[in-house]
Design a protein around this ligand. Structure first.
Ligand SMILES: NC(=O)c1ccc[n+]([C@@H]2O[C@H](COP(=O)([O-])OP(=O)(O)OC[C@H]3O[C@@H](n4cnc5c(N)ncnc54)[C@H](OP(=O)(O)O)[C@@H]3O)[C@@H](O)[C@H]2O)c1
Length: 301
């Protein structure tokens, strides 16, 4: 099968399309014929070696941690899914013609495959960090960096939990945040004062998705470091806040929940751009520029 591989840390030019052996579904896994695979910032961070200290690669390495496709092998012990089913979920080396998934949910009939391919990472991450700040109905949540993929999911899932959501983004993206149910503000200096005007009764919890050195300010706004979580700033624990990095061992319930909400018209995901596998370098370049609203997705023929 054709798949993306790279043999060393480096720039976009290390990414190659190779003919490789297709993987097989082991116990508890399924294999899919990939239709769409989401592009995430971790893909280019891994390729460039930026996260080598805590996520070292062995070479040749593949690209991609999520995908949607049609099941073509079912591993031992797997129930509730059959060859021919459309599923999306978490896997490894998913930018390939076939990929093995370790956790999945069925794709709703109404969900296009490109949307399904970009759904797993944002669903699991958003669910995990909302659980981690113990968000309750009626509370106010502040999200720094709300217009990207994870922000898109966090806003909608927090609104589903009955929270009021304030999100930061550059001004051109404020209409997008409003569409998702958040009150937008910019991320220029003076955030605390702007947030005080938008939420005179205060903010109960904050999520940092931007990694732009905001942790002390978010703690000051919330007043409790235990209710501030970052997924993008490893220094968060130095200030008493949490850094959340490890994906849930069983993300299936998060996948199934966004699938249910999508079916009911209560969850949306904008796919900003799609790329063929041959344009993987361009896709990572766009992701690394840091301006995506929603998701980028690789589409298989
Ligand atoms: N630890 C984990 O488990 C985990 C899981 C998933 C993702 N992540 C990390 O979390 C971060 C967000 O992921 P993502 O997939 O949502 O990324 P993304 O889709 O690439 O996010 C892009 C968005 O970030 C916004 N942005 C950039 N700089 C900003 C700033 N200084 N303040 C506020 N917003 C800013 C941009 O909005 P503007 O154009 O308006 O600036 C853009 O809409 C990445 O660093 C990613 O690696 C971590």
């Amino acid at each position: 099968m054709k798949a993306v591989r790279f043999n060393e840390y480096g720039g976009l030019d290390v990414l190659k399309i190779k003919d490789v052996e297709a993987p097989h579904a082991g116990p508890g896994q399924v294999r899919i014929a990939v239709r769409a695979a989401g592009v995430n910032p971790i893909d280019w961070k891994l390729r460039a070696g930026y996260v080598h200290d805590f996520m070292p690669l062995t070479f040749p390495a593949g690209v991609g941690s999520e995908a949607a496709g049609i099941v073509d092998e079912v591993g031992a012990g797997v129930t509730g899914v059959a060859v021919g089913d459309a599923v999306f979920g978490y896997g490894q080396n998913t930018v390939a013609e076939h990929a093995v998934l370790r956790a999945w949910a069925h794709v709703p009939d109404t969900m296009p495959m490109d949307v399904a391919g970009g759904m797993a990472v944002i669903a699991e991450t958003a669910t995990r960090i909302l659980d981690q700040v113990h968000l309750k109905p009626g509370e106010t949540l502040l999200i720094a960096g709300a217009a990207g993929g994870v922000g898109t999911a966090v806003i909608q899932l927090a609104r589903q939990r009955g929270a009021i959501v304030i999100g930061t983004a550059s001004a051109p993206k404020h209409a997008y945040l409003r569409e998702l149910g958040a009150i937008p503000t910019t991320y220029e200096p003076g955030l605390a004062a702007r947030v005080r005007e938008l939420a005179p009764l205060g903010v109960n919890a904050a999520l940092d998705l931007a990694g732009a050195g905001l942790i002390p300010e978010l703690i000051a706004i919330v007043g409790d470091p235990a209710r501030v979580v970052s997924i993008a700033d490893v220094t968060a624990p130095h200030h008493g806040a949490a850094f959340s990095a490890r994906s849930a061992e069983h993300p299936e319930h998060a996948f199934a929940e966004v699938a249910r909400l999508y079916r009911e018209g209560a969850f949306q995901l904008r796919i900003e751009q799609t790329f063929p596998m041959e344009h993987i370098a361009r896709a990572q370049e766009v992701s690394a520029a840091g301006r995506v609203s929603g998701k980028l997705v690789i589409i298989m023929d």
